[in-house]
Write a protein that binds this ligand. Structure first.
Ligand code: XMP
Length: 516
């Protein structure tokens, strides 16, 4: 396995993704883990990520004893500079900062680049398109190192000490803009570090099942099933491991999408044979939401009621010793990184996390080491329907934040039907997978319309569809007019109570994806 030390680059997670794609297990940890931790981790190789700081004015320092472990090390950008500095080279501020595409010339084809190139130069040298993003650069090599690639503005674009297996690259091989980046990572991980590509889904399932059985023994496990990807896959995996020792609790808060409760029961209960307790708590949730209009207040109430309902169910299962959760690797990295990275709270997101410690249950989190696309792959391998595993994300508070202002049962029912029509047509037009999230929003505003010979005075629905890779920024999807027209027609004809449909053309920022 590979250890990645994170010096705070925006793209550190991508390094981990690329290593996993080479079918090698890896973990991303903060740069300041102790050398004892690293020894215990026992990596076959170490990758040092990039970072926003300067090595000569930074407390972003890892323990240089890692260079004594006898394993190959690859430093990327800041990681390379830190490596150079620690091993006796020099780093200085470059005259020109370099951001974006650059073409490097690979000299002498060291092990890292041998046979990897985008084009061959007149003297047999290899040229590679790479993505640069740096201000500082290595100005003097440490002892034992040679230059393996250069550009005009950066004479030491990559360096290597082949004997010790130390490599540094000033560019970012982990981003797709570096055309042969994947090959370089594969080369380092498989050939230089000598890892076997054994991280595959069938292997993973066997290991995970064994681990869950060992952890849980003959005790019972309880899991809050939301119907979302993560909790669904966790449930399927745990069920594969321990069968009826698992009980899932599915809380219907009255804020779900059309027929969602039924679908979850069909898949898990009927199809997979998982024990699922279906709690219809609609009255309780809607009751507490009466008269509440503030989005954050609504979120708090929905979160609080969920905990309450779940706790009451858990108490009916006195034999349960474990609480299973669908925590995935990005959640783990995020909450670890939250200590160093400050973020401003725009909306208080909650998911099934934050369940009470008073339950006195131990945590079982079998997906803790998987990325989202690995979780999806696992879900399919465990027999979950493709449609469920590749569904757009749905916020924990559900329609509670899609009915603007006060949430009423009548509004939820109109919205559910309008939303289902929108999603239906997106699929029919083959646009569902081209958008990252799409939904309808209920506006408690009445406008005048005319239908047949009569005047109508009814509510408005807004359609929202966005494209994004990280949900931090998003652009509105340029859906075909034909699709929008069809959706509008169907909603107005089929959902009595809605006489106007609008399309949201706001990006994030400045708008957010949800309206509340
Ligand atoms: P915004 O609206 O902040 O949404 O641009 C970004 C992503 O987060 C989802 N979202 C939530 N998810 N609880 C959740 O579990 C929440 O309270 C919540 N609010 C927004 C939203 O659907 C989008 O995917």
């Amino acid at each position: 396995k590979i250890l990645i030390l994170d010096f705070g680059s925006q793209v550190s997670q991508l390094i981990a993704r690329r290593v996993r794609e080479a079918h090698v297990y890896c973990e991303l940890h903060s740069f300041d883990v102790s050398i004892d931790f690293i020894r215990e981790f026992n990596p076959k190789a170490i990758i040092l990520s990039g970072g926003p700081n300067s090595v000569y004015a930074s407390d972003y320092q890892a323990d240089p004893a890692l260079f004594q472990l006898g394993v190959p090390v690859l430093g990327i950008c800041y990681g390379m500079q830190w490596m150079a500095q620690m091993l006796g080279g020099k780093v200085e501020a470059g005259l020109v900062r370099e951001f974006g595409f650059a073409e490097i010339r690979a000299r002498g084809h060291g092990k890292l680049f041998n046979g990897i190139e985008d084009r061959t130069g007149p003297n047999g040298e290899g040229y590679l398109e790479v993505w640069m993003s740096h201000g500082d650069k290595v100005s003097q090599l440490p002892e034992g190192f040679g230059v393996i690639a250069e550009t005009l503005s950066c004479p030491i674009a990559a360096m290597a000490d082949e004997a010790r297996g130390f490599y540094g690259v000033q560019f970012h091989p982990e981003v797709t803009h570096t055309l042969k980046g994947r090959e370089m990572i594969n080369r380092f991980v498989l050939d230089i570090a000598g890892c076997t590509p054994a991280w595959t889904m069938p292997n993973y399932i066997d290991q995970a099942v064994a681990r869950i059985r060992e952890q849980v023994g003959d005790e019972e496990v309880i899991l809050g099933l939301s119907g979302g990807v993560d909790s669904s896959v966790a449930a399927a995996l745990i069920h594969r491991a321990i069968g009826d020792q698992l009980t899932c609790v599915f809380v219907d808060n009255g804020l779900l999408r059309l027929n969602e409760g039924q679908q979850v029961m069909n898949i898990f209960n009927k199809h997979l044979g998982v024990k699922v307790i279906h709690v219809d708590a609609t009255e309780q949730f809607l009751g507490h939401l009466t008269g509440v209009t503030d989005p954050e207040a609504k979120r708090k109430i929905i979160g609080r009621e969920f905990v309450e309902v779940f706790q009451a169910e858990a108490q009916k299962l006195p034999k349960a010793r474990w609480l299973a959760q669908g925590t995935i690797y990005p959640d783990v990295i995020e909450s670890a990184g939250a200590k160093t990275k400050k973020a401003h709270t725009i909306k208080s997101h909650h998911n099934v996390g934050g369940l009470p410690e008073t339950l006195n249950l131990q945590l079982l989190e079998p997906l803790r080491e998987l990325f989202k696309d690995e979780v999806r792959e696992l879900g399919v391998a465990l027999g979950l329907p493709h449609e469920m595993v590749y569904r757009h994300p749905f916020p924990g508070p559900g329609l509670g934040v899609r009915v603007l202002g006060e949430v009423k049962r009548e509004y939820c029912e109109l919205l559910r039907r309008a939303d289902a029509i929108f999603i239906d047509e997106l699929r029919a037009f083959d646009w569902y997978d081209k958008t990252s999230q799409a939904f309808a929003v209920f506006l408690p505003v009445k406008s005048v319309g005319v239908m047949g010979d009569g005047r109508t005075y009814e509510y408005v629905v807004a359609l929202r569809a966005v494209q994004t890779s990280d949900f931090m920024t998003a652009k509105w999807a340029e859906l075909p007019y034909e699709l929008l027209g069809k959706v509008s027609n169907r909603i107005i004809n089929e959902v009595r109570g809605i006489n106007r449909v609008v399309y949201d053309v706001s990006g994030k920022p400045p708008a957010t994806i949800e309206w509340e």
